[in-house]
Design a binder for this molecule. Sequence first.
Ligand SMILES: C[S@@+](CC[C@H](N)C(=O)[O-])C[C@H]1O[C@@H](n2cnc3c(N)ncnc32)[C@H](O)[C@@H]1O
Length: 361
Amino acid sequence: MPTSSQSYPMSGGEDQHSYIHNSSYQKAAVDGIEEKTRQYILEKIDLLNLNPDLSTFTIADFGCSIGPNTFHAVQNIIDAVKRKHLKESQENSLVFLEFQVYFNDQPNNDFNTLFRSQPPSSQQEYFSVVGVPGSFYGRVLPRNSIHIGYTSYTTHWLSKVPEHVCDKKSPAWNKSYIQCNNLIEEVTKAYKVQFTKDMSVFLKARAEELVPGGLMIALGQCLPDGVPMYETWSCIVKDTIGDCLLDMAISGLTTIEKIELFNLPVYFPEFSELKGAIEQNGSFTIEMMETEDHPLEAMQLTNDFITSMFRAIFSKVIEEHFGNGVVDELFDKLAKKLSKQPIDFEKCKKQMVYYIVFKRK
Ligand SMILES: C[S@@+](CC[C@H](N)C(=O)[O-])C[C@H]1O[C@@H](n2cnc3c(N)ncnc32)[C@H](O)[C@@H]1O
């Protein structure tokens, strides 16, 4: 059964601030692994072994948001499976294959926009498209029902803000910081503990949902081992959002007390933490696990790009805590601060894109 989890979807709808129009950073990473995914499926997946009578191939995207990235990722997987199926069919008689796709996200994800923006049915290669509202920190699909699971840019979202980071009396109090920036050891520990618990629940659920031999493909952002979050540019942006909130408290638009009670439920693990989590679960073999630079990292991202991207990601969680009406002012301030003090990309350390393929034993 699904477990409870706080839920902060990306900005919905189709206006200029929506995730649809501000997810090209994530898309660049998704595109970057397409070829590897195709190759992997062609070379390594064994349809005959999976089930020679298989007629419905099921794919699930966990944390799909509202597109367009999910549709690209799913289509890429389908193309590769079709090619593999054609190849294997020449040697063995395989049954005609149809595809079923499950799109999972939190119940308050904008599923209407997701389904409205799906490719026209004439281009669509799957018959059954199913929305699966529920937290992926728990079972959301039947046992042994998925052949390929996919997730991108999702599991850094924790099920909740770790305990004590908003508690002034605790050594894990994060003062007026709004994220785990690795500056306070006890805070880092609290976030790590929450991440480890959440990953364990995520992997246990996927282990039950995937068929034996089924694949899970995961990508997202992590820290290279030993690199603290505060040395990365994305940490600097989030700390700057915190500074903007403090400015807003000075001008009476919010209060320091409110800021001290706010933390982002987001944690970027080190690469080895991810590996440890999968090994610890024990139900999967790691088939491929690597990191690479983000494809856009070589470019100087503009302040407008950064502001719009962070707004599409964090508006909901900020609104939920600070109320309606703070978001416009906050992100105007962020844009101004960033133009006064631009990010020095040369000096910052990079987060890496991780790409992991693991197989259900
Ligand atoms: C940054 S978006 C990534 C969307 C898409 N996968 C992509 O690569 O563009 C993160 C998504 O994860 C979803 N998410 C976060 N926690 C979740 C949970 N516990 N269960 C299901 N979805 C979750 C969010 O609602 C959001 O849509």
